[in-house]
Every structure is written in C-alpha cells, then in structure tokens.
Design a protein around this ligand. Structure first.
Ligand code: FAD
Length: 287
C-alpha cells in the first residue's frame, strides 16, 4: 500500500525505522530485530540505506523479508550521493520487481573522504528520476526542523523542501528533535511557504550515552534544558537513562498528538524492546 494512502486513511499513525547491517555477519541478528519490530504492527517500517553517504547491499533484501514475513508495509530508503544514474535505476528496477510501491528519496551525507560519483548533487534530482521511472510510486523526502546543517538559513532550506514536493514528494519525514516547540514553529513555516503535504514527526528515544553524543553530533539538533537535566542526572545509570529516555520520547509523542501532529515516525535503533515500551505507553492513545 502507498504510504500517502496510509497517512490519508488513518487519523493517527505510528511507524518505525530500522537500519540494515553494515556487514553480512550481522545480517541474521539485524533481521531478527527488524522482524520483531515489524511484528509490533506499526503502520509501516522504514529501512535506511547506506548511512554516511555509502551505498547499501542490504536495504532491499531486508525490506523484502520484513514485508514477506510480517505483512507490514515497508518504506525502503534510497540515497544518491555515491551512486551513478545506472546504479539508481538498477535499485529502482529491483524494488519494482519485488512489488514495492514506496521509496524514501535522499541525497545522503557527503562522505568525508570525498565523492566517488558526481551524477547527483541533491535529492531533488533523485526524486525526478524516480518519478520518471515510475509515475505511481509514492515518494517520501527528508526535512529538518532545525534547518539542514548545510543550509544558509531555514527559509532557503524550506524553499528547497518545497521544490522536492513540487518534484513529486508526497510526504515528508522530519529529522529527530527533542523540543516540540521547534517542530511546531517549523511546521508553521512550511505551511506559510506553501508546503502542504503530510509531515511525519521524527522521534528518537534516547537510551544510552553513546547515542546522546552520536545523535547530537550527526543531527545538529538543539537539546532543551529538560532533556540535558535528564542526561546529567542519569548518565551513570544505564537502566534509569533508558527508562527516562523512553518516557521523554513518549511525552513528546503525546504532546504532538494533542496538538494535532498525527503522524509519528520513531527511530527505533533496531531495539524491539524500546519500540514495544513506547507502544505500551500509548496503548489507549494509538489503537
Ligand atoms: P537534500 O534535499 O539534497 O538537501 C541537502 C542540502 O542541500 C540542504 O541544505 C538543502 O537545503 C540543500 N539543497 C537541496 N536542494 C538544493 C538545490 N536544488 N540547490 C541547492 N541546494 C539544495 N542518510 C543516509 O545515508 N541513509 C538514510 O537512509 C537516511 N535516512 C534519513 C531519514 C530521514 C527522515 C532524515 C531526516 C535523514 C536521513 N538521512 C539518511 C540523512 C540525509 O541523507 C542527510 O541529512 C543528507 O545530508 C541530506 O539529505 P537530503 O535528502 O535531505 O538532501
């Protein structure tokens, strides 16, 4: 089923993101975790692609297996910064042959060691190629409540988001954020500048210190004082930090839904137990 149809049909949606392994020896354990997450019955599962600008051998396989074994709809990601047009076309063909109706189109981060291919500069070029390849496939794109780190300012960034939508993105999923006020302000600015498609709010439950440091470095998101206090207080108590992180994320989700932001995408970090606890916390709110 097309993700845009799921978003239009259901009042409130909760979906989960998983990531494939980097090396084949980890495939079985990642597959097990991804399937356990899908069995929790989210509206769909997204599967990331080659983080850090690399390509991924496993995204399509893992996406296919999750869909076959659980029946849950899957949104495979596809990046372009390290790919040739030919390679992208092969990926699109493979997705089509396996019956996928959705793809999340991204540029990918520019690899620190430099690019190996110059066919694509921005996600919009990938979106145009996907649309040309298949006019029915549902395309999602990324957006950034704090502004993308490479952007001169938020308005310029939003203008590029609008161009992605005009090129064929049916919905957007946001980068993670820990301050809902930042998201509400961003959503208002998107709407004022004419971006009217559904915007899924990206929520990451923080469950350990390594994740705190990595997440902040990679996303550049602003950490509110309330979140920093929690990290300060529980940084040496892993069980307490995990519990507090899950409750913080749950609280964000409840506030979003209370304010009519009805589509939530949770970055699960391949942890079924975390996804399960969030669902349990929301059992009467999302059903
Ligand atoms: P773009 O839309 O190309 O934007 C990148 C920058 O270029 C922005 O500053 C934008 O304002 C600017 N820009 C856009 N279009 C133009 C234009 N025409 N001219 C000039 N400037 C322009 N990375 C992965 O490697 N794999 C994943 O699976 C993955 N999943 C993600 C999922 C989500 C929900 C999000 C938010 C991010 C994800 N990323 C992933 C990270 C993403 O690849 C990086 O943030 C990357 O730096 C930007 O990708 P993009 O698609 O937003 O790029």
């Amino acid at each position: 089923m097309r993700i845009i149809d799921i978003l239009n049909e259901k009042k409130v949606t909760l979906s989960f993101e998983v990531f494939p392994p980097k090396i084949s020896t980890n495939y079985a354990s990642v597959e097990g975790a991804a399937e356990a997450i899908a069995k929790l019955n989210p509206c769909f599962v997204s599967v990331t692609y080659g983080a850090g600008g690399g390509v991924s051998e496993y995204t399509i396989n893992l996406s296919h297996e999750i869909r076959q074994k659980t029946g849950v709809e899957v949104l495979p990601h596809l990046t372009c910064i390290s790919s040739s047009k030919e390679y992208v076309r092969q990926n699109l063909q493979a997705l089509k042959e396996k019956g996928f109706e959705n793809v999340f189109a991204l540029r990918g981060d520019i690899p620190p060691e430099g690019r190996i291919c110059y066919d694509y500069d921005h996600a919009i070029e990938l979106i145009r190629d996907i649309r040309e390849f298949d006019e029915n496939i549902c395309i999602g794109g990324a957006c950034y409540p704090d502004g993308h780190p490479e952007s001169a300012n938020k308005n310029e960034d939003i203008d590029h988001i609008r161009e992605k939508v005009e090129a064929g993105c049916s919905f957007l999923t946001s980068q993670l954020f820990f301050d809902n006020g930042v998201f509400y302000n961003y959503l208002y600015r998107l709407r004022v500048r004419g971006v009217m498609v559904p915007v899924m709010a990206g929520i990451m439950p923080i469950t350990n210190m390594k994740q705190v440091k990595r997440t902040v470095a990679m996303s550049g998101t602003i950490l509110p004082q309330r979140f920093l206090s929690l990290v300060d207080r529980f940084e040496n108590d892993p069980a307490a930090l995990e519990q507090a992180g899950i409750i913080y994320a749950t609280d964000q989700i409840i506030d979003l839904i209370a304010n009519d932001v009805n589509h939530i995408h949770v970055y699960t970090m391949n942890k079924p137990e975390v996804a399960k606890k969030i669902l349990e916390n929301l059992s009467a709110i999302i059903n």
